[in-house]
Write a protein that binds this ligand. Sequence first.
Ligand code: UT7
Length: 307
Amino acid sequence: MGSVLVSWGTALPEKVVTNHDLASYLDTSDQWVTERTGIRERRIGGSTASLSVEASQRALERVGLAGSDIDLIVLSTTTADQMVPGTSADVSAQLGTRGGAMDINAACAGFVYALVVANGMLGPNTPRALVIGADTLSRITDWDDRSTAVLFADGAGAVVLEYREGPGNLLGWDLGVDGSARRFLYCDHGSTLKMEGREVFRKAVRAVVDSCEKVLSSAGLKASDIALCVPHQANIRIIEAANERLGIPMERTAVVLDRTGNTSSGSVPLALADAADAGRINEGDLVLMCGFGAGMTWSSAILRWGS
Ligand code: UT7
């Protein structure tokens, strides 16, 4: 048994906030943010549910499906709209889906976690799942803290997975967590994100490289077999450093962070959809997705594109 990714959709808030906008009140500059992160602008606004619904509707419409054709929602988010119920319950109600719906919180590594969970749950009685990565980090960002305000933003991406007889297209995955690294990136109830950026940077590169090497080896593949790498969109320097160690050129890498900033769970599906919409992924291509985030969590997965 296995699953095939049959559609995708995204949602970004309308409001654009540029580095110049932030530099108008923070002790920062467009040059610093662009050079140190690769981010030029980001989108702010909406709720996690509203962005999830918009991205999901686009994914459903692309392939002529309705909410009632969906048997499962797995929603990755670190910014649920409320403590209870899960944001996935609101999304399910608005889309009219059947079956179960659950939230998953594995921070910025969460979308791949959600993909792996949904893949494992699909079967003859649960043939179709919506996997959503959505976050509204602007709601837990301290807009007066230049070390985090220039990074975080809002956005969502969704994919439709369908059950197929046979091994499916998710060829391998690796999930991990090191809870002892909690202090480097966290947000307590009622507070804002606190981060030791330099330490997160160092650990992120190591975690991404180790995880990708593990998943490549478990699938019997080499980096040169990967047609497109879709990394978590946190910092272009993290992506470049990890790619260099893995031997994956930037030409074979999806990057949207210049336009989106770090949208946590939204980041991998936003980058995946951007590449797919641009015709950068062909039938049969191998796509390597990877993420890292607070926890510290990390995740990677290899997907064969197409049916
Ligand atoms: O999804 C996972 C979430 N987090 C991440 O992935 C973050 C990972 N870390 C990073 O992306 C980078 O560490 C940052 C972008 C956060 C910071 O870049 P850096 O090159 O590691 O800078 P730094 O922390 O070493 O700071 C260098 C200098 C410091 O000044 P001094 O001590 O050298 O005088 C900072 O105070 O840059 C200063 N600085 C800034 N200057 C202008 C920090 N933030 C800013 C800013 N504008 N926004």
